[in-house]
Design a protein around this ligand. Structure first.
Ligand SMILES: CC(C)(COP(=O)(O)OP(=O)(O)OC[C@H]1O[C@@H](n2cnc3c(N)ncnc32)[C@H](O)[C@@H]1OP(=O)(O)O)[C@@H](O)C(=O)NCCC(=O)NCCS
Length: 144
């Protein structure tokens, strides 16, 4: 059983989510989050997934870009929980929230290895491959 709900910035749950993101997204690349990067997250929507025991197993952030467009970022599922539908549940919940806030388009920067995951969920690549956090990415988008 997976539960997905919104968590608040600068709470113990937020700290747990940063630790999860660090393990999944930053540590394997030998990178850290800077204080500036984290403090800029106060205005993001933070969605977390929990297992049946209340352990946080996934996280996703939404950053509004303008009135129409919202960016999905920092999508991370705990390694032992990957491939069980947690990521898909987070993306579906984020799209529901974005629609309820009347955004029209979801965009994201997908790591090359994760692009098939987003394609599976109806996202399309836009433009050429580019480099971000030292690895290849594609811009992807979906109309909401
Ligand atoms: C990419 C990630 C978020 C996907 O979450 P997940 O919980 O493992 O994915 P799900 O189990 O919800 O998969 C949903 C569908 O996508 C497919 N899928 C998931 N990851 C995939 C991948 N890397 N390549 C191809 N297909 C993939 C699944 O097979 C599943 O397909 P199905 O519906 O036909 O069964 C997760 O694996 C992860 O955190 N990876 C490491 C960090 C990362 O790359 N984050 C994304 C940064 S852009």
């Amino acid at each position: 059983m997976i539960t997905v709900y919104q968590i608040e910035f600068a709470t113990p749950e937020y700290d747990e989510s940063v630790a999860l993101r660090y393990e999944v997204l930053r540590k394997p690349l030998g990178l850290e989050y800077s204080p500036e990067q984290l403090s800029a997250e106060w205005s993001d929507i933070h969605l977390a997934a929990f297992d049946a025991w209340g352990k946080m197993i996934g996280i996703l952030l939404l950053s509004p870009l303008d009135k129409q467009e919202v960016k999905m970022r920092q999508v991370a599922v705990a390694p032992e929980q990957q491939g069980r539908g947690v990521g898909a549940a987070l993306v579906a919940a984020s799209e529901e929230i974005a629609r309820s806030l009347e955004f029209k388009k979801m965009t994201l920067h997908a790591r090359e290895a994760a692009a098939p995951f987003y394609l599976r969920l109806g996202y399309q690549t836009v433009g050429d491959q580019f480099e971000e956090v030292s690895i290849p990415h594609y811009k992807m988008e979906k109309m909401l």
